[in-house]
Design a protein around this ligand. Structure first.
Ligand SMILES: [Fe+2]
Ligand SMILES: [Fe+2]
Length: 242
């Protein structure tokens, strides 16, 4: 007597065979997907380590700049509210900006990007403003480093001075980096050859390793992360509206 599967109306044996076939294909597909994913992960890893593009390099440095600007926002808030916080958080953040952004990232832009746009006769006005802003930023940073001490935080003259410096810095650098990310960097590929573009990436990495060691970027991110913890702004989920 033939026994039927009630749901599918198939003989049990046939139904069982289909189920096994389905599972076999599923396992095979899963294995292939895993192998493919593994291959993809491996190839991306190699690419990341050896061939980081110049724009990716510059943009992840902007990520460090952005995180320091969030630190500046937090410090500014403490200064305005007269709340206590460690002056080292402010001073060390400004030192990261001086060493990693101004003396490295911006030097790359000034040495390798701006002259190429000048030579191509493109984005001249934008490049000029960006260059002037680098110089203005350095002056602000130097003053933040000087005033990043316990006395200045509560001093009636230095406190508002620091508030203004932090405010000026973020007010200038947010539009500055957003123009670079959306206008200048995307245009770079259009004015230089593919070979020159990727050679630039190698030059950037070489310079970064020379100045900060093989893990220069990771080291800066770690430094920023420690300061964020000290200021209580390291938990990303706290930025989500309730
Ligand atoms: Fe810049
Ligand atoms: Fe930049």
């Amino acid at each position: 007597m033939e026994i039927f599967n009630e749901k599918k109306h198939l003989p049990v044996e046939e139904s069982e065979n289909k189920r096994r076939e389905f599972l076999r294909k599923g396992i095979l597909f899963g294995t292939l997907t895993s192998v493919a994913t593994l291959g993809l992960v491996t190839s991306c890893k190699d690419e990341d380590e050896d061939n980081i593009s110049p724009v990716e390099d510059l943009m992840r440095e902007h990520g460090v700049l952005n995180r320091v600007m969030l630190i500046y926002d937090a410090c500014k808030q403490h200064l305005v509210n007269g709340e206590q916080f460690s002056p080292d958080t402010l001073k060390n953040s400004a030192i990261i900006i001086r060493d990693f952004i101004e003396a490295y990232h911006e030097k790359l832009e000034e040495k390798f990007l701006f002259p190429r746009f000048a030579k191509a006769g493109q984005m001249l006005e934008l490049v000029q403003v960006l260059f002037i802003q680098h110089s203005a930023g350095r002056k602000i940073t130097e003053q933040i480093i000087q005033l990043g001490n316990l006395k200045s935080l509560t001093d009636p003259i230095d406190n508002p001075k620091l508030v203004k410096l932090l405010s000026d810095f973020n007010t200038m650098y947010r539009p500055h980096e957003s123009r670079e990310d959306t206008i200048l960097f995307p245009a770079l590929k259009k004015i230089i050859s593919k070979n020159e573009y990727f050679a630039l990436g190698e030059d950037f990495e070489k310079k970064e390793h020379e100045l900060f060691g093989a893990d220069g970027f990771e080291m800066m991110v770690e430094k920023v992360s420690v300061i964020e913890k000290q200021l209580g702004i390291s938990d990303l989920s706290k930025f989500t509206p309730q």
